[in-house]
Every structure is written in structure tokens, then in C-alpha cells.
Write a protein that binds this ligand. Sequence first.
Ligand code: SF4
Length: 148
Amino acid sequence: MIPTNFITTTTEKIIKWANANSLWPLTFGISCCAIEMMQTAASRYDLDRFGVVFRCSPRQADLLIVSGTVTKKMAPVLLETYNQMPNPKYVIAMGSCAINGGCFHESESVVQGCDKIIPVDVFVTGCPPHPEDLLEAIQKLREKIQRA
Ligand code: SF4
């Protein structure tokens, strides 16, 4: 008789599953989109229920949510923060400013998209994006991690 109460998998699949289901973002709000990011973590949308728990140190984080306008003065800080995060690490660009400079894209003091500085996994459009858009982006990132 063949036992049926077991599953087969690989270590790689288990690690991907764990990474995808325990994303710990760094608090990196740099402009008004950060208010919506904070709202997503608060009680109404409750990111904790998805295993997404904000951290205050890049050393403890594996997700960087760039929520706001990246100025040229802030760009080196963004890069250094990203470099301090351990691998594997992921980036979500939240809002028009983080994607391409948004309404400030013609300003000489603004970087026209954080992907000019660090690699971005998921882009969330909007000015600002709704918390549900950020939730959807996190879901897309989880699927991307599991597919990789
Ligand atoms: S996209 Fe809109 S809400 Fe977000 S940081 Fe830029 S101006 Fe502010």
C-alpha cells in the first residue's frame, strides 16, 4: 500500500516559499506616498496578516518600498541603504515620483525614477497609489519570487 500523507518538494522551493511569505520591508518613506504606505501597514489593511512586518534597519529588511520623490541629494542614501540590505532583496517603486519623477520630473533636483539607482521588481502607479494598489504589488512580488 502506498502512503498518501506526505508531500515532496525541494529545499529551493521551500526557501522561495518562505521568502515570498515573510517579506520584511524597510521604512523608507521619502515623500507623500509614504502616508499611503503607512496606511497600508495600519489596522484597516493590516499588512502583518501577510507576514509583511516593517523593520527599522536595512540589515533586517529584504524589501525596500521606495515611496516618494527621489531627489539627487537623497539618491546616494537610497543606494547605500539598498547596499546594506542582505540578499535576497527586492524593491517596489511606489507612486509616479518613484517611477519617473512624477510631477517633478522636469526638476533638475529630482531623479527621474529610482530604477536609475537600484533595480526595481514591481512598479505601482498612482499619485499617490491606493493602499490596495500596494497590497496588489506585494502579491505580485510574492508570485514573482515563487516563479523565479
Ligand atoms: S507620486 Fe504623488 S503622492 Fe507620491 S510622492 Fe509623488 S507627488 Fe507625492
